[in-house]
Each structure stands twice: as structure tokens, then as C-alpha cells.
Ligand binder design. Structure first.
Ligand SMILES: Nc1ncnc2c1ncn2[C@@H]1O[C@H](COP(=O)(O)OP(=O)(O)OP(=O)(O)O)[C@@H](O)[C@H]1O
Length: 509
């Protein structure tokens, strides 16, 4: 079908822009390219895409503006011509900028000698105004401003998706940085958050102090819940990248096939469900620190990409060959035995050596006996604040339970136990019966030397602990006088002795 020759220039503009939309995957560059086409094809003097972030319009792409002019280009909804167009969703034309006093000229001085029109049209996505497209258009005898408005409205329609993607990308970046700011605030408000003074932990602190100021890769090893993530945060906090992004990714928390795109990002259409381009955590961490938790859970394919990233700090988004660079300090953690995974062919040896430059191993809580009560008291304070409670101490029997348990879930398990204790406490004390059933067996089987059991204690064991607790407390209240304690509990001295023997209660314990 042949087109009337009079609409040739407009068709040419639309055709060039549609080609750019198909070929340019970087949405920010695409908006710049669209303005470039308008400049070369229409003789446009200046052009801007202003996008709506929250309730403010900000110039995202421009032609004919220098950086300072661009920075000044902020408009609130309803403010100036741009703000009005965005508020009402209707196009607006000023036929001659020299004669119009409503024009805010926010970006700086522009004094035209000849007639120049200003055309501003709304960008609409899903029925919502998401920004504006505006141009300064020289006017001569042949200019038809109505036609120009119609053309710009078509361009605004076909670039609406890209503009929306730009807004979403900004949102994502902001969300990641916000997450990072929160983590950092948490750390700086509470520098003493790492609790523990035992010899093993003092060694760990020494290693943290040694490695933190450098940019060296650190591999933090240790059982689940030993505090590996806290150590990663402490390293960041003592490093020069302290105020830069700290981005984390737990490789075990995502389905295997999503880890790579979460780490390196993906292009629109890279796989089913990839509706938009998305930047990955490696890119978001640029200038700062990237912490990969459970690195032993990466697939072999992602391990290859990670190795390349560690060697050259370069990567490509899934679905793209473009080589990108990100300047990050890399920290990793694992609770898996990587040497065993290598032997099984599930972890690359070369990647292991890249990661294992400076390993820090977190000791199990069972090996930090002298820190258990310190940590428990720290968590009591934390939970008192969280639940507005006033628990002040642990009963002797509760302390014995905590000390003799084998703690397979390490510090996290202790924290959960204390949370439960604080929540269920009815006076100012956590008693043994306020602790979870899983701990109750530890006294009776003597898990320090005996066989620990993860099973929930049978009722009899729990009852024994309850009784042990009540008798011990009564004896303490009566300054070690067993007969007086028996009177308190309505039990004869003979029965007291019998129960104490059976429950293994010794005076002075
Ligand atoms: N030394 C410590 N002082 C205070 N709190 C700690 C300490 N170590 C761990 N915690 C607390 O214990 C919990 C688990 O710690 P963290 O998440 O750092 O462990 P992890 O080893 O990274 O666990 P996972 O292997 O499951 O990822 C957190 O709530 C943390 O605040």
C-alpha cells in the first residue's frame, strides 16, 4: 500500500523510533535515542523525557540540555506546563516561547531570537500518566503544530513501555539501596552487637580486624546459625566501603534457576517470565560489597559465571552478551563442606581457591560454652525490648539446661529458645519449663558427654525438669534449708530428700 507523500517525514520518524525500540534493550539509552531521532528528523532544538517518581517529575533523558540544566529539571505535579500536562493527561502547546509568561523555564535560560514552539505530551502506561515528552520546535511557514502534537502523542504511546521500565528500574535500585541503608543503620546504631568473649571468638575478631580494611575476598565458614552473616556485616562496617551499598544474596533461598539472574540480572524476554530488564545484585553492589550466603549451593553453571566475575569483575546479564563491569568487594559464606562437594564433583576446585583466600571459621556454639549465658542475657534484653517485657534473669535450672544442651542450631537456636522463654515467662525469670521441650532432655541424658537427642522430651522428662525447678527455687528462697523448703511446698523432709536424690539436685548447685 502506498502512503501519501505529505506524511513522509512523520512516517520516517516513527519507523526509525520503532527500529530503535526493537534494537535498543537499554531503556535509558532508548529514550536518549528517541530524542536524537526527533532532533535529526524534525530539527527539534531541545527535548526531554520527564518521568514521574513518586509525586515528582524528573528529567530522565534530554537533548540540548547540559548536566546542570538537567539537574534543575524537577517539577511537582501541576507545576508549570510540564506539571500541568502530567496532572491532566492532556497535551499542551505554546506556539511562541518568546511571548508566553506561564513558561517556567526551570532548566535555565533559553532566549530564542526566532519563533520556537514548546510541545508537551503526556506519557501514559496502563491508563496512568507516568511522565511527559516535550520538545522545543522551531516554527516556520510550513510548520503544522497540530500535526506535530499528533506525531508526539504517537511517539509517547510507543515509548510508554520503555519509560515505565525506567521507572521500575529506579524503584528496584532504590529498594536495594534502602535495604542496604537499613542494614547499615542497624550496625552503626549497635556496634556491640557481636556478643562473645571466648578464645575462639576473640580469634575471629582478630581475623576480621586484619582482613576488613583490604578489598580481599573472605570466605566465612561454619554451621548454620553460628553468626556468619553478622561477621560479614562486621567486615563491611570496618572497611572503606562502609558507606557504599552492601548487597546480600542467599543462594539457598531461591530456586536454582533464578540465582543466576538474581545475581547478574537479565534482559527482557531472556526466559519465560522475564517481562522486563532487571539489574542483578552484582550490578547493584557496584562500589560496595556483595555478600553471597550459602555459596556451596550454586549450580555448576552459575559457578562458572561467578568464577569469571571474581577473576575479572565482569559479567553479562542473562540473555545478553554485553560485557558489564562492577567494582565490588566480595564476601561469601557457606555451612557446607566444600572440600566434600569438590570430591563429589559438585563444586569447582578453581572457584574454591578463588574464594578461600582468607577463610574465617565460625565455631559451633557447643564449643563456646563460656559465651552461652552472655548471649542468652543479650537475647533476653533484645526480646524484652521487642515484646515489652521485663524478664531479668534465668533460673539456675534453666542455666543448667542451656549449658548442657548440644545446640545443633547454634546461636540462632539459642536466640529462638530465649524468645520463647521471654514470651512465656509469667514473672521476672525464665524457668526451665519456659524453655522448649527439645532442651529438656539435655539434663537427663547429659548431652555434654552423652548422646544428644533432637527429639521432643517425653512428658516424664519435662515433668522432672519442672519439679527440679520448683524444688531448687524453694531451697534457694529458704537459704538452703531443706525442711523449710519442704514446708513451703507441703512436702515432708523425707519426701524432699527422696525427690532431690531422684532428680539429682545437690545443695550449692
Ligand atoms: N555473636 C553474636 N552475637 C549476637 N547475636 C548473634 C551472634 N551470632 C549470631 N547471632 C544472632 O543469631 C542469628 C543467626 O546469625 P546469622 O544469621 O549471622 O547466622 P548464619 O551463620 O549466617 O546462619 P545461616 O548459616 O543459617 O545463614 C541472628 O539473629 C544473629 O543476630
Amino acid at each position: 500500500m502506498s502512503m501519501p507523500s505529505s506524511i513522509g517525514p512523520e512516517i520516517s520518524v516513527i519507523q526509525k523510533i520503532s527500529v530503535a525500540i526493537i534494537h535498543e534493550r537499554d531503556v535509558e539509552k532508548l529514550l536518549e535515542n528517541v530524542l536524537g531521532i526527533l532532533e535529526s528528523e524534525l530539527g527539534m532544538l531541545r527535548g526531554t523525557f520527564a518521568l514521574l517518581f513518586g509525586d515528582t517529575l524528573k528529567i530522565e533523558a534530554s537533548r540540548g540540555l547540559d548536566e546542570t540544566e538537567k539537574q534543575r529539571g524537577f517539577y511537582r505535579m501541576g507545576e508549570g506546563i510540564t506539571g500541568h500536562v502530567a496532572e491532566r493527561g492532556l497535551s499542551h502547546v505554546i506556539p511562541d516561547l518568546r511571548k508566553d509568561s506561564r513558561f517556567l523555564n526551570r532548566t535555565g535560560s533559553r532566549h530564542y531570537e526566532t519563533q520556537v514552539a514548546f510541545i508537551c505530551v503526556p506519557l501514559i502506561h496502563d491508563g496512568q500518566v507516568i511522565g511527559t515528552l516535550s520538545i522545543d520546535r522551531p516554527v516556520d511557514g510550513s510548520t503544522d503544530l497540530d500535526r506535530d502534537v499528533a506525531l508526539l502523542e504517537i511517539i509517547a504511546n510507543i515509548t510508554g513501555d520503555a519509560a515505565n521500565e525506567c521507572i521500575e528500574l529506579h524503584g528496584e535500585r532504590e529498594a536495594m539501596l534502602e535495604e542496604n541503608r537499613k542494614l547499615r543503620d542497624m550496625l552503626s546504631n549497635n556496634p556491640g552487637e557481636l556478643v562473645g568473649n571466648c578464645r575462639e571468638m576473640r580469634q575471629v575478631y582478630e581475623q576480621v580486624r586484619q582482613v576488613a580494611p583490604s578489598d580481599a575476598t573472605v570466605l566465612i565458614r561454619g554451621g548454620s546459625g553460628t553468626g556468619k552473616e553478622m561477621i560479614a556485616r562486621a567486615i563491611v562496617n570496618l572497611s572503606a566501603r562502609k558507606d557504599k551499598p552492601f548487597i546480600t544474596l542467599n543462594c539457598a533461598a531461591l530456586p536454582e534457576n533464578l540465582v543466576e539472574s538474581e545475581l547478574f540480572g537479565h534482559e527482557k524476554g531472556a526466559f519465560t517470565g522475564a517481562l522486563n530488564r532487571r539489574i542483578g545484585r552484582a550490578e547493584a553492589a557496584n562500589g560496595g560489597t556483595l555478600f553471597l550466603d550459602e555459596v556451596g549451593d550454586l549450580t555448576m553453571q552459575t559457578q562458572v559465571k561467578l568464577l569469571r566475575f571474581l577473576q575479572e569483575r565482569t559479567f553479562s546479564r542473562v540473555g545478553s552478551n554485553e560485557e558489564l563491569h562492577s567494582d565490588v568487594r566480595f564476601l561469601a559464606a557457606t555451612s557446607r563442606n566444600l572440600e566434600e562437594l569438590i570430591a563429589q564433583g559438585k563444586f569447582r576446585e578453581d572457584l574454591f581457591y578463588r574464594l578461600n583466600i582468607f577463610p574465617i571459621t565460625m565455631p559451633d556454639l557447643a564449643k563456646r560454652k563460656s559465651d552461652i549465658i552472655l548471649l542468652a542475657e543479650h537475647f533476653i534484653e533484645k526480646m524484652n525490648l521487642r515484646y515489652n517485657k521485663k524478664v531479668g534473669r534465668l533460673s539456675t535450672t534453666a542455666i543448667n539446661l542451656l549449658m548442657s544442651y548440644h545446640w545443633p542450631g547454634n546461636v540462632r537456636e539459642l536466640e529462638n529458645c530465649i524468645e520463647r522463654g521471654v514470651l512465656t515467662a509469667t514473672d521476672d525469670c525464665i524457668h526451665s519449663y519456659n524453655l522448649p521441650p527439645s532442651l529438656q532432655t539435655s539434663l537427663s541424658v547429659g548431652s555434654v558427654g552423652g548422646t544428644p537427642s533432637d527429639k521432643i522430651a517425653p512428658l516424664e522428662v519435662m515433668m522432672d525438669n519442672y519439679e527440679r525447678e520448683i524444688i531448687t527455687e524453694a531451697i534457694k528462697r529458704n537459704d538452703g534449708n531443706i525442711s523449710a523448703a519442704g514446708r513451703d511446698l507441703g512436702v515432708s523432709p523425707r519426701m524432699m530428700n527422696y525427690r532431690m536424690n531422684k532428680l539429682g539436685i545437690k545443695l550449692g548447685r
